[in-house]
Write a protein that binds this ligand. Structure first.
Ligand code: NAD
Length: 384
């Protein structure tokens, strides 16, 4: 079968195994350019197959020489469909990591379920004994607890919000109105993307005595500028991220018995499967990329996670903001970057869109996520 990209709005319904392998290999090569550093040696990564979670897995394996157990929710290939990119990424990662002498195993099932937590604990006991670090990098549309399924929504809180966005079907500017969420929708989003499940994981791991003394757990968050605040930081997802932050404080207290600590790392806005789905964000990201690339400050998932694990977490004490959060969005939110992005936002129109917005860069990263558009891959080749 020859695999071609099939793009539907913000999603691509096919993925290329050779391209996903290339993407993983490039990330490994990026981390291997520097020497090994001291760090946690046994790591559980929840949401390990794409985006920030995959980059965290690669960064910790090749920076600390860590053994990793990953949790993901990905689809295998069938007669009619390719697998999801996370499936191919993980296969490629595991093969390379094992070749390089690292333990790497992955559980492919719903992280929100009790069974997955039980299975992860069993695997940790069998193969690692305990873990020194737990990374929580889930981005999920829904979560089932007992008989209830909560769906997260990307809406505002209070008033609807109208602004421009990049229409990913036409690559043109368009206007979008984001409706305000109901109380039920806000609550559901917090259940899915807040800290409830992170806390359950940590409590179960602690009860099973598989957390090592001095364990560190990190969950990923986003804040963003004022420009996107009605849809992000002050919207439903922001409410969930606030809950995630409060959970980090609670977890730090609970983990203090074993000298453990919970952190939030606030990361940069990037093209991932999760962020492409947020209205207005694609336009913001393409303006941001243009500015950050021009200034030599652009980073992708692997550059961000390499900086987090090789430069921030290796310091004692770990540098944080006044709320105790690790800020990997420092370049994005710097005054020099934001003032130019704001200016671009105010000036951009249909005629000058390509001058201000890095639409080519946006799409390159988008296609790369699914294993397409790598110049050294022969896409006309039959793939089994
Ligand atoms: P992503 O979509 O690339 O990755 C999500 C991961 O979660 C995948 O490994 C997927 O398999 C896994 N997953 C989803 N549902 C699951 C389930 N039910 N069970 C098991 N695994 C499941 O997302 P991402 O953009 O890397 O986001 C990861 C975290 O980083 C999120 O908390 C997100 O808010 C945060 N973040 C993202 C950005 C951004 O711009 N993309 C910026 C800052 C912070």
């Amino acid at each position: 079968m020859v695999i071609e990209p099939k793009v539907r709005g913000f999603i691509c319904t096919t993925a290329h195994p050779d391209g996903c392998r290339e993407s993983v290999q490039r990330q490994i090569n990026y981390v291997k350019r520097h020497e090994r550093k001291e760090g946690p040696k046994r790591i559980l990564i929840i949401g390990s197959s794409t985006g920030y979670g995959l980059a965290s897995r690669i960064a910790t394996t090749y920076t600390y020489g860590a053994a990793t157990l990953g949790i993901m929710f990905e689809k295998e290939a069938t007669e009619r469909r390719t697998a999801t990119p996370g499936f191919y990424n993980t296969k490629a990662f595991e093969e390379q990591a094992k070749k390089d002498g690292f333990y790497a195993e992955t559980i492919n099932q719903d992280a929100f379920s009790d069974e997955t937590k039980v299975m992860a604990i069993q695997k940790i006991k069998e193969n690692l004994g305990q873990v020194d670090m737990v990374i929580y990098s889930l981005a999920a549309p829904r979560r089932t607890v007992g008989d209830v399924t909560y769906s997260s929504v990307l809406k505002t809180i209070g008033e609807p919000f109208t602004n421009r966005t990049l229409d990913l079907k036409t690559n043109e500017l368009s206007e979008v109105t984001i409706p305000a969420a109901t109380l039920e929708e806000i609550d559901a989003t917090v259940h899915v993307m807040g800290g409830e499940d992170w806390k359950l994981w940590m409590q179960e791991l602690m009860k099973a005595n598989v957390l090592a003394d001095g364990v560190i757990t990190i969950a990923y968050s986003y804040v963003g500028p004022k420009l996107t605040s009605p849809i992000y930081s002050e919207g439903t997802i922001g409410k969930a991220k606030q809950h995630l932050y409060e959970t980090s404080l609670e977890l730090s207290k609970e983990l203090s018995d074993i000298q453990g600590k919970a952190y939030i790392s606030v990361n940069k806005a990037l093209v991932t499967q999760a962020s492409a789905a947020i209205p207005i964000v694609p336009l913001y990201i393409s303006l941001l990329y243009q500015v950050m690339k021009k200034k030599g400050l652009h980073e992708g998932c692997i550059e961000q996670m390499d900086r987090l694990f090789a430069e921030r977490l290796t310091r004692n004490p770990i540098p944080t903001d006044e709320k105790g959060q690790i800020r990997m969005d420092d370049f994005e939110l710097s005054k020099e970057v934001q003032s130019e992005v704001e200016e671009a936002w105010n000036n951009v129109n249909a005629d000058n869109l390509h001058e201000y917005a890095d639409i080519k860069g946006y799409w390159e990263e988008f296609y790369h996520m699914f294993g397409f558009h790598y110049d050294n891959i022969d896409y006309s080749k039959d793939v089994k």
